[in-house]
Design a protein around this ligand. Structure first.
Ligand SMILES: NC(=O)c1ccc[n+]([C@@H]2O[C@H](COP(=O)([O-])OP(=O)(O)OC[C@H]3O[C@@H](n4cnc5c(N)ncnc54)[C@H](O)[C@@H]3O)[C@@H](O)[C@H]2O)c1
Length: 253
């Protein structure tokens, strides 16, 4: 039997992008996957079903918990939003929405699903943070603050929920080749140059795939990580490990 055979896994924001790859990975590994998303993805594979979910809503989180029923093996808090705005231009509503989806969402979903996660001796939670919870790109005050919060929340959840048999970890993805990022690059007049420059930023020589994040999530949620809790695992091809040097000090390639 594969590593997640017979368990139920919930993946929030699983209709597309990284969440979709995570849902596909758990289904391929034998889990029954509930894709909780605002949007119906329409074309889910075997052992996956969509349940309408708004992670900002207590009622919606409660309704999803009812769908899950008695026991939940894995919760992946992946749903997230991002926008770019200076502090001067940003509205309070934008800030609050980023926090409601990215930070309160994982907390609210964990709270709603706690009884199911406790059943059968305990489950695992994996939150999707970001390298922007460690550093920041320009115009991302709300996004970076929310993702830093997700990393702190992960530590606090691991401490509080460990005694209940629930492990909590996070992944912090770097630049991942999602439809959103591809559309962004496609809009640039110098797309190929931007891609080449992105590759240089990464010591491994390329950006990441959603499946790279999914495999790390699967490890953290699975039995091989039974003694791993409270960690934030960076999945960025060593981009944030590489210290920047001024061009005049950089060694020849
Ligand atoms: N793409 C990257 O390079 C990257 C890098 C680091 C971290 N991340 C994080 O990974 C996660 C997924 O990113 P992505 O690029 O796949 O995003 P995406 O925009 O492609 O997908 C996000 C999904 O979340 C859903 N969603 C949004 N708000 C929701 C809500 N209130 N309730 C339920 N579902 C909601 C959307 O409908 C969508 O299906 C996010 O948390 C993001 O911050 C992404």
């Amino acid at each position: 039997m594969s590593s997640f055979g017979g368990i139920t896994a919930v993946v929030t924001g699983g209709a597309q992008g990284i969440g979709r790859a995570i849902a596909d990975r758990f289904a391929a590994d034998g889990a029954n996957v509930i894709v909780g998303d605002l949007r119906n993805p329409g074309d889910l594979g075997a052992r996956q079903r969509w349940v309408e979910l708004d992670v900002t809503s207590e009622d919606s989180a409660g309704a999803l918990a009812t769908e899950v029923g008695g026991s939940l093996g894995v919760l992946v808090n992946n749903a997230g939003i991002m926008f770019e705005a200076s502090i001067a231009a940003q509205t309070v509503e934008q800030w609050d929405m980023a926090m409601a989806v990215n930070l309160r969402g994982p907390w609210l979903m964990t709270k709603a699903l706690l009884p199911a996660l406790r059943a059968d001796g305990g489950g695992a939670v994996v939150n999707v943070g970001s390298i922007e919870g460690i550093g920041a790109n320009p115009l991302h005050t709300a996004y970076s603050a929310s993702k830093g919060g997700v990393h702190g929340l992960t530590a606090a959840m691991a401490v509080d929920l460990g005694p209940l048999g629930i492990r909590c970890n996070a992944v912090a993805p770097g630049w991942i080749d999602t439809a959103l990022n591809r559309t962004y690059l496609d809009r640039l007049p110098n797309r190929d140059q931007a891609l080449a420059e992105l590759a240089v930023l990464h010591p491994v020589g390329h950006i990441g795939d959603p499946a790279d994040v999914a495999s790390t999530v699967a490890f953290l949620a699975g039995p091989d990580a039974r003694f791993v809790s409270g960690q934030v695992v960076v999945v960025d091809g060593a981009r944030t490990t590489k210290l920047s040097l001024p061009p005049s000090l950089a060694p020849e390639a």
